[in-house]
Design a protein around this ligand. Structure first.
Ligand code: NAP
Length: 280
């Protein structure tokens, strides 16, 4: 029996998950297909319940379903519960369990692809949406010195900062234009963009969330936007002399973690990277 897996999203024209997940199944000789399951919000509940059939292995979940899908599942893993978003559905004894592998993908990319040690580091994170929540929960597992959350809507940054006040040694919120952001960036070891600014065809295509002048030459700039691979922020960071990390590694590592949850096998990460780059 050919097993089925796939990704729920709406729309899904942009997804490269089918390319790199299928490459992983094929490489390991697993008889499974991975498809883009474009599913409108009204049809999500019925589509998710199909996963209970024996021929379904599991699924990924992307925009706009990461929050809403929780009500169609039997249980939510504690990390996904805290983040408030599910990006992976795993079957355990016929039950559908929601997981979040974005936090793992975010941290794993820093460690494996940028060789960046988080312990004792000062981090500025731009954004306070779903991806920011996963990144911040990932950072809370590491021994960072401080976190500044900067966001267009200051209230959203403040709410996330106060939620994390017991989890992090030092956490503050600021707006994108505040002088405080300039000071925080000048002292940062790591600056991360988790907003959709700079995303191809997104609301701020071709833009950078911060000015080049705010980027110190001795920090790492990490943009989780993966399309385009060279975002305006990463180009500005290179001009400023900083190190850079793009969003493709996070996408591949979150997918690799999902693959391992479904199959119990070690994901062929390099094969997945090659397929993802090819598909972009
Ligand atoms: P989201 O929940 O909708 O959050 C969007 C964030 O971007 C919010 O902080 C929002 O600020 C900010 N924002 C949006 N448009 C803006 C603009 N024009 N100016 C200033 N700020 C703006 O979205 P998300 O799910 O977190 O995704 C954010 C980005 O991360 C997307 O590009 C997505 O593709 C990427 N992502 C990448 C990966 C990966 O594996 N590499 C994984 C997940 C997400 P407000 O609070 O003010 O609205």
């Amino acid at each position: 029996m050919t097993l089925q897996a796939g990704i729920f999203g709406y729309p899904l024209g942009h997804s490269i998950s089918p390319a790199f997940q299928q490459a992983a199944f094929d490489h390991l000789g697993i008889d499974a297909t991975y498809k883009a399951w474009e599913t409108s919000p009204a049809k999500l509940g019925d589509a998710v319940s199909l996963l209970k059939s024996d021929d379904y292995l599991g699924a990924n979940v992307t925009v706009p379903h990461k929050q809403a899908v929780r009500q169609s599942l039997d249980a939510i893993d504690p990390l996904a519960e805290s983040i408030g978003a599910v990006n992976t559905i795993v079957k355990e004894n016929g039950r559908l369990i929601g997981h979040n592998t974005d936090a793992y993908g975010f941290i794993q990319s820093l460690k494996r692809e940028a060789d960046f040690q988080l312990s004792g580091k000062r981090v500025v994170l731009i954004g306070a949406g779903g991806a920011a929540r996963a990144a911040v929960y990932g950072l809370a597992q590491e021994d960072i010195a401080s976190l500044v959350i900067a966001n267009r809507t200051l209230e959203n940054a403040s709410a996330l900062a106060s939620e994390m006040s017991d989890e992090l040694a030092e956490v503050h919120a600021t707006s994108l234009h505040a002088q405080a952001l300039a000071t925080s960036c000048s002292e940062a070891d790591l600056i991360v963009n988790t907003t959709s600014i700079g995303m191809l065809h997104g609301p701020a295509d071709g833009q950078s969330p911060i000015a080049e002048g705010l980027i110190p030459s001795d920090c790492l700039v990490y943009d989780i936007v993966y399309n385009p691979e060279n975002t305006p922020l990463l180009e500005a960071a290179r001009r400023a002399g900083a190190q850079t990390l793009g969003g493709l590694p996070m996408l591949v590592h979150q997918g690799a973690a999902a693959f391992e949850l479904w199959t119990g096998q070690t994901a062929p990460v390099e094969i997945m990277f090659a397929a993802a780059r090819n598909a972009l």
